[in-house]
Design a binder for this molecule. Structure first.
Ligand SMILES: Cc1cc2nc3c(=O)[nH]c(=O)nc-3n(C[C@H](O)[C@H](O)[C@H](O)COP(=O)(O)OP(=O)(O)OC[C@H]3O[C@@H](n4cnc5c(N)ncnc54)[C@H](O)[C@@H]3O)c2cc1C
Length: 403
């Protein structure tokens, strides 16, 4: 039988962003009836449970961006959340290394950003690298970020779900939002939910939902697969995370080394455009409907600056195979063990938007509104790190006035 349920606030999507907004709402007004509608049978099955688990420090992003505003704060809040919830946390910091003079200039630019964002990092001489990470190599200088840490995205997600439920929140599983009829959400099951305010935090599904409300037509979704390989830490006993200096024109940080909480070391994530927002392997999650929009996004991006786009994409595609990932990683850590000890891990997909007018990747998180509904778009990295304070911001600036 089809049901009409009524809530004060409906949140679409049980990822880290939806859960964080839901908890922030509960904290701001205890009596609110809040429901999360998730199309899967569990929370955290997509980006929020398939990421690197790196709690970023916040020095990559320009100081006026939402990313910089929430990443630094999110870093300390997510670490505190892990401690309070007794979740494992690796506070091992990270080094960012250079391969040439151009990279050294990029590191210097990151120091300026860190200063503007109030983030503590050090630019150190090559000779000091052995004290931080004896296995890494650099050219002349490197960055040391003591605040960067690692947690387990699944454990964090489950803990957020528990907090939300313990405070009286409700989650409807296997409910895929199809469209809205004014203040009523209609799901694929035929069930409906009436609401005073709604948040569209559906990750890779958020733009399609926004489009149905006449929002976000200037964007197209380009799903970008992030693949990982991993091996036992015994094969590569790193002390800390090792990253390359990021290319200024790429929104992705490049493959890097991340020690994990289960005594593995991961290399990744790659950044390979795919045709479907849930196409985790070549044969799976492929959708003809999404293919059209993905190709429009790719086409727009390539036409914007063909030389840079072809270079960026070519560089990423050249790192798709396990062997080429190991080769690329050897630039950072020369004694990276040979390909046979590495195996493929679970990939994630970034919900990267392309701006069709500017013909470039959207760099920051985007918050848009239609009557009664707040849409969270382009929630890419460091969305996981930023989620707790970002959730509060969405509540205070966009939601409370609607309830
Ligand atoms: C490979 C990779 C590595 C990353 N590494 C990091 C990192 O190290 N540190 C960091 O800070 N960030 C990282 N990120 C970014 C981070 O994972 C995301 O910013 C964050 O998880 C986004 O959360 P979300 O809730 O918006 O999306 P999601 O976790 O994707 O959640 C959206 C939810 O909405 C549901 N949904 C979709 N459509 C509908 C619908 N129509 N009806 C109902 N439900 C729907 C989905 O099933 C899903 O559960 C990484 C991302 C990727 C892909």
């Amino acid at each position: 039988m089809k049901k009409l349920l009524n809530y004060d606030v409906l949140i679409i999507g049980g990822g880290v962003i939806g859960l964080s907004i839901a908890i922030a709402l509960q904290k701001s007004q205890e009596k609110l009836k809040i429901v999360i509608a998730e199309k899967e049978e569990k929370v955290i099955l997509h980006a929020s449970g398939r990421n690197s688990g790196v709690i970023h420090a916040g020095f990559y992003y320009s100081s006026e961006s939402l990313k910089s505003k929430f990443c630094r704060l999110g870093n300390s809040e997510l670490k505190k959340f892990c401690r309070d919830q007794n979740l494992p946390l690796l506070e091992i910091g990270k080094v960012v290394v250079a391969k040439d003079e151009d990279d050294v200039k990029r590191l210097e630019a990151l120091v300026e950003r860190a200063q503007a964002n109030g983030v503590d990092i050090d630019l150190l001489e090559e000779g000091n690298l052995t004290k931080y990470e004896p296995m890494a190599k650099t050219y002349e200088k490197f960055l040391w970020s003591p605040a960067t840490a690692i947690a387990d995205p699944k454990e964090v997600g489950r803990a957020l779900e528990k907090v939300f439920l313990a405070r009286g929140g409700k989650i409807l599983f296997n409910e895929k939002l199809m469209h809205f009829q004014e203040n009523i959400a209609v799901f694929a099951s035929g069930n409906t939910v009436g609401f005073k305010a709604c948040v569209n935090s559906a990750g890779a599904g958020a733009l399609a939902i926004a489009n149905k409300c006449g929002i976000g037509r200037e964007f197209e979704l380009l799903p970008v697969l992030g693949g990982y390989i991993s091996t036992s830490k015994n094969n590569i006993p790193l002390r800390t995370m090792v990253y390359a200096a990021p290319h200024p024109l790429s929104p992705f940080l490049g493959i890097h080394f991340t020690p994990t909480l289960d005594n593995q070391v991961k290399i990744g994530p790659t950044a390979i455009p795919v045709l479907g927002s849930e196409q985790y392997s070549a044969m799976d999650g492929f959708s003809a409907q999404e293919m059209g929009s993905t190709l429009r996004a790719l086409n727009s991006y390539v036409l914007g600056d063909p030389i840079t786009a072809v270079k960026t994409l070519g560089n990423q595609l050249s790192q798709a195979s396990l062997r080429s990932m190991v080769n690329a990683a050897s630039d950072l850590v020369p004694n990276t063990p040979e390909p046979k000890v590495w195996s493929r891990g679970k990939a994630g997909i970034r919900s990267q938007l392309v701006d069709l007018n500017k013909r470039e990747f959207v760099q920051d998180f985007v918050i848009s509104e239609s009557p009664g509904i707040v849409h969270i778009l382009n929630a890419v990295s460091p969305g996981w790190t930023s989620a707790l304070p970002f959730g509060r911001y969405v509540v205070e600036e966009f939601l409370l006035s609607k309830i």
